[in-house]
Design a protein around this ligand. Structure first.
Ligand code: SGN
Ligand code: CA
Length: 516
C-alpha cells in the first residue's frame, strides 16, 4: 500500500537555505542503515502497521529533514545493495551480483576511499556482509557474516571478539565510542549498519513481550493465489508455508516445552545466549506458546497466528533500532555535532510484511524494491521536505560526495540528488525511469532472476530465463496482483517500457549474457 507521509504541523521553523551556509565547514555524514526494514514499518510513511508500532526517532529525522517517497534499490538483497551504495554502480559493474558468489572486490573505487582521499575520516561499524575485508575505512568493526542477535562476535583488523549484549545496543555504543575518540580535526563519514531487523527477528530481552498483545493489521493479499504470475507462484518465502516454526516463529513442540519446532540450524540463535538468558527467553514466550495449543486451529487460523507472531517479533526488533537512532540523535545534539552532520536512515532493501503471504525480499514488486529513507541536514534540507523524484541506491555515493563538495569519479553510474532534497522539488530533466536486476537464482527462497524498468505509473518485469513478462499499472493496482502483460490495450505502454528497458541496459552497459 502506498501511503502518504504523516506530517507534524508547525513542528519546526524554516531554516536558512543552502546559500546561507555556503561558507560552512564540510559536513560530517552518519549513514545509518538497518537490514530488511520495510517501509510499512516506519511510521512516518503512514502505513497501518507503523501506526500500531511507531518509530518516533526515525520519523524525527524525516520531520526535521526529508522523507524519500520513491527511493529504490537496484538489486533487492543485502550484499549487492551494500556494494551498490559503496560504489555508485549497478551490480554488473561492481561485480557483487549475488550474496554468496564471491567476495566484494575491495580494490575498486568506493565512496569511503574517495572521501578518505579528500581528508575525511571514515568508519564502518556493524553488518558488512561483503565477504572480503573492508577497504577505505580508517576504522572498521564488523559482524561475522549476518552476525548474531545475542552476544555477537565482532571482527576488527587483527581480532575477533565476542561481546556481551544485544547486537543493536552494542553497535550503538561502539559507534558512540568511535565518535568520542575520533580525530576531531577532520570531518567524518560513518556507516552504522545494524544487523536488525533481519531474520530470525530476536528482540532485545527488554522487548520480548513488547507487542505480545498487539494485533497487527494483516494485508488484504495475505492469501494470494499468484494467478498470472509464474515466478510469484514458485517462490519459497511464504509465512505460513516456508517460515521455520522453531527458528523464526519461536514455536515449541508442546505445552511448557523448551524444544523448538523445526529449526534447520538447531538452536543456533540460542547457543550464543547464556543458560540464564535462554531461560528468560523461553519464559517470555511461554504463555503465548501455551495458548497456541489451548484449542484446535484450522490451517487458515494457524496462518493468521503465524502472521501475528512474525509481526510481534519483527516490530520488537525495529523498536531497538529506533531507540538506537534516538541515542545517536541525542548524542549529536549534546555534542553540538547535529548542526553540521548529515544524518541518513535507510535499510538495505524493502521487505514483505505478509503482502502476497510473504516475508523476505528479492522481487521487483514495490515492497522489496523500495528503500525507505529519511535524511536530515540542518540549513540545507528544510523540515518536512518530501522527495518525490525517482532515486536509487546507486545515487547515494555521488550525492554524498556532492554534499561534501567533492566531484564524483566518472565511473559512478548514479547521479546526485542533492538538488532534489535541497530544493524540495524535482528539477525538470530528472530521470523518469529506474533499472532493476536481481540475479540470485537458484538461491534461497527460489526467486527467479529478473530485470525490469519502473516508470512513474507502470512497471515492466522480465523473468528472462523463462522469457516471461509482467506488466503492472501501479495507479490502479498498487499491490501488483494483476499482471496485465499482453492484455488488450496495453500494447503502446508495453512498447514504451520495452524500449526504455533496452535504453537503460545500454546506458548502464549491461552485458547481454546477464539478461539471458
Ligand atoms: C539468510 C536468511 C534468508 C535471507 C538471506 C539473505 N535465512 O540466508 O531468509 O534471504 O539471509 O538476507 S536465515 O534463516 O539464515 O536467516 S540478506 O538481507 O542478508 O540479503
Ligand atoms: Ca537485507
Amino acid at each position: 500500500m502506498k501511503t502518504k507521509i504523516l506530517t507534524l504541523t508547525g513542528l519546526l521553523p524554516l531554516l536558512p537555505t543552502a546559500a546561507g551556509f555556503a561558507q560552512q565547514e564540510r559536513p560530517n555524514i552518519i549513514f545509518i542503515m538497518s537490514d530488511d526494514h520495510a517501509r510499512q514499518a516506519m511510521s512516518i510513511y503512514g502505513h497501518p502497521v507503523g501506526q500500531v508500532a511507531p518509530t518516533p526517532h526515525i520519523d524525527r529525522i524525516g520531520h526535521e529533514g526529508a522523507v524519500f517517497m520513491n527511493n529504490y534499490c537496484c538489486n533487492s538483497i543485502s550484499g549487492p545493495s551494500r556494494a551498490a551504495i559503496l560504489t555508485g554502480k549497478h551490480s554488473h559493474k561492481n561485480g557483487f551480483m549475488k550474496n554468496w558468489a564471491k567476495g566484494f572486490d575491495g580494490s575498486q573505487q568506493t565512496l569511503p576511499k574517495v572521501l578518505q582521499q579528500n581528508g575525511y575520516q571514515t568508519a564502518v561499524i556493524g553488518k558488512w556482509h561483503l565477504i572480503s575485508r573492508p577497504t577505505g575505512f580508517d576504522h572498521w568493526m564488523i559482524l561475522n557474516d549476518q552476525g548474531d542477535y545475542c552476544n555477537p562476535h565482532f571482527i576488527t583488523e587483527n581480532d575477533t571478539t565476542q561481546h556481551t549484549g544485544y547486537v543493536t545496543d552494542l553497535i550503538t555504543s561502539f559507534t558512540k565510542e568511535w565518535l568520542d575518540g575520533r580525530d576531531k580535526a577532520k570531518p567524518f563519514f560513518l556507516m552504522m549498519h545494524h544487523k536488525a531487523v533481519h531474520r530470525n527477528w530476536v528482540p532485545a530481552e527488554r522487548h520480548y513481550r513488547l507487542y505480545e498483545n498487539t494485533h497487527f493489521p494483516m494485508p488484504d493479499n495475505y492469501f494470494d493465489t499468484y494467478e498470472g504470475r509464474f515466478a510469484a507462484s514458485k517462490q519459497e518465502m511464504n509465512i505460513y508455508r516456508d517460515m521455520y516454526e522453531g527458528h523464526d516463529l519461536k514455536m515449541v513442540t508442546g505445552t511448557d516445552s523448551r524444544t523448538l519446532l523445526f529449526d534447520p540450524w538447531p538452536n543456533a540463535f540460542l547457543n550464543t545466549m547464556t543458560p540464564q538468558e535462554q531461560d528468560r527467553f523461553f519464559e517470555a514466550y511461554r504463555e503465548r506458546n501455551n495458548a497456541f495449543y489451548s484449542h484446535p486451529r484450522t490451517s487458515g487460523e494457524v496462518a493468521e497466528w503465524k502472521y501475528q507472531r512474525y509481526m510481534q517479533d519483527y516490530m520488537a526488533t525495529v523498536k531497538s533500532v529506533d531507540e538506537s537512532v534516538g541515542e545517536i540523535l541525542n548524542y549529536l545534539q549534546e555534542t553540538g555535532l547535529d548542526k553540521n552532520t548529515i544524518v541518513v536512515y535507510t535499510t538495505d532493501q524493502g521487505f514483505y510484511l505478509g503482502e502476497h503471504g510473504w516475508f523476505d525480499k528479492r522481487f521487483m514488486y514495490e515492497e522489496s524494491f523500495e528503500m525507505p529513507m529519511v535524511m536530515r541536514w540542518p540549513g540545507h534540507i528544510r523540515p518536512q521536505t518530501c522527495v518525490e523524484g525517482l532515486t536509487q541506491n546507486i545515487d547515494f555515493a555521488p550525492t554524498f560526495l556532492d554534499m561534501c563538495g567533492i566531484s564524483a569519479p566518472e565511473d559512478m553510474q548514479g547521479i546526485s540528488f542533492k538538488p532534489l532534497v535541497e530544493k524540495g522539488k524535482t528539477p525538470s530533466g530528472w530521470r523518469r525511469s529506474l533499472y532493476y536486476h536481481y540475479y540470485e537464482f537458484p538461491g534461497f527462497h527460489s526467486v527467479r532472476a529478473h530485470c525490469g524498468v519502473k516508470m512513474e505509473r507502470y512497471k515492466l518485469i522480465h523473468f528472462y530465463k523463462e522469457d516471461l513478462w509482467e506488466l503492472y499499472d501501479l495507479k490502479t493496482d498498487p499491490t501488483e496482483m494483476n499482471n496485465i502483460y499482453a492484455k488488450k490495450g496495453t500494447e503502446k505502454i508495453t512498447g514504451t517500457l520495452k524500449k526504455e528497458l533496452v535504453r537503460l541496459q545500454q546506458q548502464y552497459d549491461v552485458p547481454k549474457e546477464y539478461c539471458k
